[in-house]
Design a protein around this ligand. Structure first.
Ligand code: AHR
Length: 502
């Protein structure tokens, strides 16, 4: 028996909707085929965007989309992706499979997609192989509402009004694929490049994201902040930056081997979940360094790449990073999102990598067919946390489980928030593959009148295929009782749940 105590009257921090953000790169079949099929495709589309995928993402309440990369961003030259499609330059996507990139999806198409999705925009600029002028002109092209060479060019290309950039990333992984820089070198470049990311529309300033560390590279965080952190200044929202990124992927067998997405044993199950849980230590330790510079937590930690990275599906292009998605991914998503919620005082955005057909995707496509993955259903159940307030919660009676001493995890994960209308949103996972757990939920004051609950549960290897698209799906959960204000039920092994209590 485990008891979840909720003090819904103690609001701890606001959960930024952007924590439920997504990432789309020019990589494999994410943009082309997954999102964009072109206006002349037989696949039903609106201005080239797949109608089925857009509808599913809207239903999941996607709050933000990051584009165009990733490693691709530091090789992307935005002017190649504007103007008449037939004259756009073609290039080789050297990072990802060496395929021809015809630039038919560019700036205009990205904003069209975000408009259809109704989500915020996060553009990643090129520091690794680009120039200050190129970055500055891109911002002018997208956001300047007046007479200027770039605004005129945008108008000539068919878009009279400027768009809104919510976030702008100044480079990506500049410690690696974005130029192999040292922290000091990147930080100096960051100071220079970000100067020219102008807020043309002062009413809605662009939030600038500085390239942060890979996994546990605390020297990077320290080195970059030492050089680029600047005290608040009237011209800038929070000095030179509004956010610092963090990238962390779960590779069950390490970076070189990674491991199969669908074939794994009990040991690897727990090892994967323990590695997912490790992101909490990363957030706390990088956060402690950020606290030294920014004790008021004005700068967000931007976890703009996270998720499971397995070996590609047999028979697929190794450069396309296409992988299946099982119940194990659902648990990784539940654990990670609970951690982001619980650290929402510092974590202001997180983007799972990547949205469609790449790594831990919420959607997979094959020609005209589309399936929703177990990870999709978790995002769908967790959507009510967006824009809600995190409240105090703790579980008594958790067990530490696992097969190997090094890779043990608590059997339960949870986070709780309160929406503006007073609804209490509880998300809860059972990480065990052998034991169901009896649960009781007690509140500080709430006397539950109405409960709406859902569950994603199955055998640990279960996943959806184009032949069997609904093997893993969200189902209504009504096997609970309420006695004296206490909610009682059994959470099945290997499951992710959500309860909404009024
Ligand atoms: O998401 C795949 C790649 O992982 C991204 O392009 C890069 O930023 C990271 O290394």
């Amino acid at each position: 028996m485990a008891k979840l105590y909720i003090n819904e009257t103690n609001k701890l921090s606001h959960i930024n909707p952007e924590i439920y953000g997504h990432f789309s790169e020019h990589l494999g079949r994410c943009i082309y085929e997954g999102l964009y099929v072109g206006e002349n495709s037989d696949i039903p589309n609106t201005n080239g965007m797949r109608n089925d995928v857009v509808a599913a993402l809207k239903e999941m309440q996607i709050p933000l989309l990051r584009w165009p990369g990733g490693c691709f961003a530091d090789e992307y030259h935005w002017k190649d992706g504007i103007g008449p499609k037939e004259t756009r330059k073609k290039m080789i996507n050297t990072h990802w499979g060496g395929v021809v990139e015809d630039n038919s999806f560019g700036t205009h198409e990205f904003f069209e997609l975000c408009e259809q999705l109704g989500c915020k925009t996060y553009i990643n600029g090129n520091v690794g192989s680009g120039t200050v002028q190129e970055m500055s002109e891109w911002v002018e092209y997208m956001t300047f509402d007046g007479v200027s060479p770039m605004a005129d060019l945008r108008k000539k290309n068919g878009h009279e009004n400027p768009w809104k950039i919510d976030y702008f990333g100044v480079g990506n992984e500049n410690w690696g694929c974005g130029g192999n820089m040292t922290p000091e070198y990147y930080a100096n470049l960051y100071r220079r490049f970000q100067t020219y990311v102008r807020h043309y529309n002062n009413a809605e300033p662009i939030k600038k994201v500085c390239g942060g560390p890979n996994v546990a590279d605390y020297f990077w965080t320290e080195g970059v902040l030492e050089t680029c952190f600047a005290p608040p200044h009237p011209d800038f929202a929070h000095g030179y930056m509004d956010g610092l990124s963090l990238h962390y992927y779960v590779h069950p067998e390490g970076w070189d081997i990674k491991g199969s997405a669908t074939e794994f044993d009990d040991k690897v199950w727990y090892k994967t979940l323990a590695k997912a849980k490790y992101i909490e230590e990363l957030i706390e330790r990088h956060g402690a360094i950020m606290d030294q510079y920014d004790p008021e937590k004005k700068i967000g930690m931007i976890v703009d790449e996270w998720g499971c990275w397995f070996t590609v599906e047999p028979g697929t292009n190794p450069g396309f990073l296409y992988q299946q998605n099982t119940m194990r991914d659902a648990l990784v998503a539940g654990i990670s999102l609970d951690i982001f919620n619980k650290h929402s005082d510092r974590v202001k955005m997180a983007c799972i990598a990547q949205m469609v057909n790449v790594l831990q995707s919420v959607i997979l496509t094959e020609g005209p067919k589309m399936i929703l993955t177990p990870t999709y259903h978790v995002f769908h159940m967790y959507k009510h946390h967006q824009d809600a307030d995190l409240v105090e919660s703790s579980i008594d009676g958790t067990k530490i489980i696992g097969r190997e001493e090094e890779w043990q995890v608590p059997n339960l994960s949870e986070s709780v928030s309160v929406s503006a209308d007073g609804t209490i949103n509880i998300t809860l996972s059972n990480l065990s593959i052998e034991e169901d757990t009896e649960m009781e939920i007690a509140f500080a004051e709430c006397q539950p009148r109405k409960i709406t609950a859902a569950i994603v549960t199955n055998e640990m290897h279960a996943y959806n295929t184009f032949e069997e698209p609904e093997k893993v799906k969200e189902e209504v959960f009504d096997d609970y009782t309420v006695e004296n204000g206490v909610v009682k039920f059994t959470i099945p092994k290997c499951s992710v749940m959500s309860l909404r209590v009024k």
